[in-house]
Structure formats: C-alpha cells, structure tokens
Design a protein around this ligand. Structure first.
Ligand code: F6P
Length: 319
C-alpha cells in the first residue's frame, strides 16, 4: 500500500503546504508516499517519484505547486486512463489525493469508477466555485492578493479624479469579485450571477459626483465579459477619466496565508485518515459551517456552485 498526491488544473496557494503535510503525515504513519509531477498528464506519462522529506523541505511558505500542474485533455480518453492506472499499480499506489477543481474531480470520477484506486479530492482553486463546499484551498490568499492590489489602485485613483475598472479572475463565478468589492469598499461590482442594474447606480453615483465624489472603483468578474462596457459606461455617463486594470495571473501567486496553510493541513490529515480507513473511496473533502466532511464525488459534480444569497445581498448594499 502506498499513497500519492498530484495537483491538477489552476494552481492555488496552499497546494505546497498540503503537499508537505501529505508527505510528512504519511511518513509519520509509515505509509510510503509518491509525488506525481505535472498533474494528470504526469500520471499518464509516469512522472511519479517516491517522496522523501527533502523533496518537501522548505516549501511551506511558497505559492504555486512544486509538483507542477496541468490541464489534461488526454485523461478523458480511456486508453490514457488505462496507462495511468498501470503506472499507479506498478508502484502499488492504492490511494490518490488530488488537489484540484471540479474539472479534475470529474476526471477522477470516471477513473475511480473504472479502476480499483481510492481517491480523495481536495477542493483547490482560487475561483472558489466548487459545488458542495463553502471554501476551496487558495481562495483566501487570492482574496488578499486582490485586496492588496485594490488598496494600491485606490491610492492612485484618489490622487487623480479617476475611476478604475478592475477585472478579477473567477472563471464563471463571481465569488472573488463580490468578496473583493465588499471588502475594498468598491462602488460597483459586476458578476455573472446578477444583472447589472446600471440605471439606479448611475443616478446615485452622478449625485455623489455632483456632491464631491472624486473617484470610483468598479470590480468586474472576468466571467461577465463586461470590462470594456463598464469602462465605456463610466467614461461616458459618469464623465470620469477611467483606467482599466486586469489583475490576471498575479491573483494565482503569492505566499499562502495563515488560513490557507491551516486549511491545507486539516484537509490533508483528514484525507489521509479517510484513505487509510476506507478501501474503496471516491470522495471529496468539503468545508461547510466550520466543519470538514466527505461527499461523494457525484454529489460534487452533479451541480454547479451557487454564490450564496449573503454575498448577492451584500453587493446590493455597496452604497
Ligand atoms: O481556475 C483558475 C483560473 O485562474 C481562473 O480564474 C481563470 O479563468 C483560469 O484559471 C485561467 O487559466 P489559465 O491559467 O490556463 O490561463
């Protein structure tokens, strides 16, 4: 019996602390561990290496993932999944921990229904868009990276009479945009989950500008594809000189926050214990209302993440 870990899809801060804890905790339990490099692509190509303490020493504070990641199309082809299974069998790997998003879990769902490999998914994505869990590893760091950028943008926006339209990541999910807008005191937040009610906002902001407001901060989720429209609207209707800032991949970087590190440890310890206690599992570990629990992979992939009413309400109160 041996366990292995891989990261798949977009990297997220917190993956390295998770990888370190995985190797350290398994070593303590005298379980042999393997690192699978380059995600599902590496699993197919046999980039599997026995792990030692040296492989994971000094990585706790690092963003990204030292075992690298990939988005694999080949894994959806059965001949490559068979190859992946044979690679795992050759090392006697019976349990696999996957740090990834719902695309990766979908792939693992197919894989674990075909072969006798136990699998635990750890939701890891800055988008925080996985159905069934309130929290995904890495989102706290990403939010803090965005907060830092927005605080700086506010400095320059307020030094001129200028509006800033800031585009944040999140794929089709507005979580990063909504939480960032709320916690940075933005005036505008545009997310895929709601219709952008421009008219009311326009009236209010015009009035505020007449009364002395000098700058506006607008947060736009990439999934809306509305960044340019919001730019034109502010420039033309609010008559403020406007700049656009697309934060891009810096949102994926940075040293994991204390919260993401702690969550990485808790996820891993629980995942490893679960693998030890259950011979065939196909689960995702989730975090809701302060509790960790396990959900069947099908439950996770069956539906789409819905942004909670709490955030939708909060962005209506941005004034
Ligand atoms: O899923 C994480 C994420 O950063 C999304 O927010 C973004 O849309 C996407 O990945 C970018 O993907 P890539 O790194 O392949 O350009």
């Amino acid at each position: 019996m041996a366990f292995a870990i891989l990261s798949s899809g977009g990297d997220a801060a917190g993956m390295n602390p998770a990888i370190k804890k995985f190797v350290d905790y398994c070593t303590k339990l005298q379980i042999e561990t393997y690192l699978i490099y380059e995600g599902l692509e590496g699993l197919i190509d046999n980039k599997i290496k026995k792990a030692s303490h040296q492989d994971v020493a000094g990585i706790l504070h690092m963003g990204g993932t030292i075992i690298r990641s990939s988005r694999s199309k080949r894994f959806f082809d059965s001949q490559y999944r068979k190859k992946a299974y044979e690679n795992l069998k050759a090392y006697d790997i019976t349990g696999l921990v996957v740090l990834g998003g719902d695309g990766s879990f979908r792939a693992m769902d197919v894989f674990s229904s075909e072969f006798d490999i136990s699998f635990i998914g750890i939701p890891s994505t800055i988008d925080n868009d996985i159905h069934g869990t309130e929290y995904c590893l890495g989102v706290d760091t990403a939010l803090n990276v965005i907060r830092d950028a927005l605080d700086k943008i506010r400095d320059t926006a307020s030094s001129f009479n200028r509006a800033f339209v800031v585009e944040v990541m999140g794929r089709n999910c507005g979580y990063l945009a909504a939480v960032s807008a709320i916690t940075s005191g933005a005036e505008v937040c545009v997310i895929p989950e709601t219709i952008f009610a421009r008219e009311d906002l326009e009236k209010r902001l015009k009035k505020e500008i007449d009364n002395g407001r000098r700058y506006v901060l607008a947060i736009v989720a990439e999934g809306t594809h509305q960044t340019n429209k919001v730019y034109e609207w502010i420039q033309e209707k609010l008559e403020l000189e406007t700049r656009v800032s697309i934060l891009g991949h810096i949102q994926r970087g940075g040293n994991p926050t204390v919260y993401d590190r702690m969550m990485a440890f808790d996820f891993i310890i629980n995942a490893v214990d679960y693998l030890r206690e259950h011979s065939h599992s196909s689960k995702v570990i989730v975090y809701n209302q302060g509790q960790l629990s396990f959900k069947d992979i099908r439950e996770i992939t069956a539906d789409k993440y819905k942004l909670s009413e709490h955030y939708l309400q909060a962005i209506n109160y941005l004034d």
